[in-house]
Design a protein around this ligand. Structure first.
Ligand code: CA
Length: 227
């Protein structure tokens, strides 16, 4: 959520956290853009009037960089022009301030539903594995394993990056949020646990460690091609 009214932003974040969302807050436009460009968020709640960079400019910059994260714009009530400019710039929805958090929660659910339909029931595929992030079930051939939430989030991130190295910092941000004091070795522990689950289902897919850079998902076939 990118919102410079700290008191309001923190109140909304509290409600979202109570509803099982994890939330990071950015209090100015530049920080908001940096967070958005990381590509690790599922939804961005974006205020229009912000210090350093306005919401519409952030939205345009995100879309220009190929970031398709759904965006809910917060507009001033009655500013029809803002709504039109926002939707033209690639916003997925808007909400007029002041709003009731129930309304925001309803919009978030609607956006999550739309996104799920887009990605085909939410099942993620890579090589011979299928991951259902809603049931935490990992399947390969006729074998399956139940993942923990963190293992599933980690695998989801690796699959979505599709062959691009994911840094430990990115993993920490996605699994524990920006404000965390989680350390690198927690990432290592979860990578190690996830490797065991991949072995459990006899998958060809493995997590390759790129020393000093991070992790990338590969299949046994990729490995042979590199030899
Ligand atoms: Ca504002």
């Amino acid at each position: 959520m990118v919102e410079d009214e700290k008191y309001m932003a923190e109140a909304v974040a509290q409600v979202l956290k109570k509803n099982n969302y994890s939330v990071d807050l950015a209090y100015n436009g530049e920080d908001g853009l940096d967070c958005g460009l990381s590509g690790i968020y599922d939804i961005i709640i974006l205020d229009i009037m912000l210090p350093k960079m306005d919401g519409i400019s952030i939205l345009k910059e995100l879309r220009r960089n190929g970031i398709e994260t759904p965006v809910i714009l917060l507009t001033a009530r009655g500013e029809v022009e803002d709504k039109v400019r926002g939707l033209d710039s690639g916003a997925d929805d808007y909400l007029a301030k002041p709003f009731h958090t129930d309304e925001l929660l309803a919009r978030l659910r609607a956006l999550a539903r739309r996104k799920t339909e887009l990605i085909n029931d939410g099942i993620l595929k890579f090589g011979d594995i299928k991951l259902n992030p809603y049931t935490l079930l990992l399947v390969s051939g006729n074998k399956e394993a139940e993942l923990t939430l963190k293992e599933s989030q980690l695998l989801e991130l690796l699959i979505k990056r599709n062959g691009i190295i994911v840094s430990k910092e990115n993993i920490i941000e996605k699994l524990w949020g920006y404000d965390t004091d989680a350390e690198d070795n927690r990432v290592e522990i979860h990578v190690s646990l996830l490797r065991k689950k991949l072995a459990l289902v006899d998958s060809d897919v493995y997590i390759h460690t790129v020393r000093g850079a991070g992790y990338v998902l590969k299949t046994a076939k990729d490995g042979n091609q590199n030899v």
